[in-house]
Design a protein around this ligand. Structure first.
Ligand SMILES: NC(=O)c1ccc[n+]([C@@H]2O[C@H](COP(=O)([O-])OP(=O)(O)OC[C@H]3O[C@@H](n4cnc5c(N)ncnc54)[C@H](O)[C@@H]3O)[C@@H](O)[C@H]2O)c1
Length: 250
C-alpha cells in the first residue's frame, strides 16, 4: 500500500523513544514534516536531528505534557512555523509502577498514581485540546491516542495504568464526535506487549511473542493516512490475542 504524507505536519509525544520515535521516522520518510515532543531533552533532540540528517524537516520540542502551558507553547510555535497541524499521536506514557519504581497497586505511592494519571491521560487531553481548534478550522486532521490492552482487560499488575488507558479510548470517542462534522478523525490503538523494552518479551500472548515495534507503527501509519478516511471513533487492539487471555494476564 502506498502512503503519501507530503507536507503533512505530524506531532508525536513521547517521541524520544519507542513507538512514537519510529512512527515519526516512518512518516518523515513518507514526506511528512515531523515534530518530536518529549520531556527527555537529549534524546528528543537527537531523534529529530537524525531525521534532519536524512534531509527531512523535523523539529524537537522539550515539553512536559503534564503542563498545559508547555503543551500550548509547542502547538503555538508549530502553528507559527508551519501554519497547520495534520496529525497528533499521543504516545507519551507508561505504567506508573514500572516508571516510578513502585510496588504494584495498592501498595504504590499516591505520587506515582498522580504521575500516571497526568502523563497517560491528562497530557493527552491537554494536547488534543491544544491542536483540535486548528484541525477544526482547517477541516482536517487525525488524533491517535495510544491506549493499551491493559485498558481493555484490566491488569492486576497495573490497576491505575489500565484505568488511564481505558480513558484514552473514551477520549477518542469524544474527539471523534466533535471532530467528524469538520473532517477530523480520532482513533485509539491498544497494543499488547511491544519490544520497545526487552522485558516485554516475557508477557504472554496466544501468538507466543511480543510485537515488533514496526508492527504497531505500520498500523499507526495506516490509521494516520487518507486510506483510513472512513475510520473514526474506534479502538484497534494489536495484542497477539492477549485480550483473549482474560484471567491469566498480569
Ligand atoms: N511498549 C509496550 O509494550 C506498550 C504496550 C501497550 C501500550 N504502550 C503505551 O504506548 C506508549 C508508547 O510506549 P513505548 O514503549 O513506545 O514508550 P517509551 O517508554 O519508549 O517512551 C515513552 C516516552 O514518553 C516520554 N515521557 C514521559 N513522561 C513525559 C512527559 N511528562 N512529557 C513528555 N514526554 C514524557 C519519555 O521520556 C519517553 O521518551 C505509552 O503510552 C505506553 O504506555 C506500550
Amino acid at each position: 500500500m502506498d502512503f503519501d504524507f507530503t507536507n503533512k505536519v505530524a506531532i508525536a509525544t513521547g517521541a524520544a523513544s519507542g513507538m512514537a520515535k519510529l512512527y515519526l521516522e516512518n512518516l518523515a520518510d513518507l514526506g511528512a514534516i515531523t515534530v518530536f515532543v518529549d520531556i527527555n531533552k537529549e534524546s528528543v533532540e537527537a531523534a529529530a536531528a537524525a531525521v534532519r540528517e536524512k534531509g527531512h524537516k523535523a523539529y524537537a520540542y522539550v515539553a512536559d505534557i503534564r503542563k498545559h502551558t508547555e503543551v500550548c507553547a509547542v502547538v503555538d510555535d508549530v502553528m507559527a512555523k508551519e501554519k497547520r497541524i495534520d496529525i497528533l499521536l499521543n504516545s507519551a506514557g507508561g505504567a506508573s509502577a514500572r516508571v516510578c519504581k513502585q510496588p504494584a497497586f495498592p501498595y504504590c505511592s499516591y505520587e506515582s498514581i498522580e504521575w500516571g494519571v497526568d502523563v497517560n491521560l491528562k497530557g493527552a487531553i491537554f494536547f488534543a485540546r491544544a491542536v483540535m481548534p486548528h484541525m477544526l478550522e482547517q477541516k482536517s486532521g487525525v488524533i491517535i491516542n495510544m491506549s493499551s490492552i491493559d485498558g481493555i482487560t484490566g491488569s492486576k499488575g497495573a490497576v491505575d495504568y489500565g484505568a488511564e488507558k481505558a480513558g484514552m479510548v473514551g477520549l477518542t470517542k469524544g474527539l471523534s464526535i466533535v471532530g467528524a462534522p469538520n473532517g477530523v478523525r480520532s482513533v485509539s490503538v491498544a497494543p499488547g506487549p511491544v519490544l520497545t523494552r526487552a522485558a516485554m518479551a516475557n508477557m504472554k500472548t496466544p501468538l507466543g511473542r511480543a510485537a515488533e515495534v514496526q508492527e504497531v507503527v505500520d498500523l499507526l501509519v495506516y490509521l494516520s493516512s487518507e486510506r483510513a478516511a472512513y475510520i473514526t471513533g474506534c479502538n484497534y487492539q494489536i495484542d497477539g490475542g492477549r485480550a483473549c487471555m482474560i484471567g491469566t494476564n498480569s
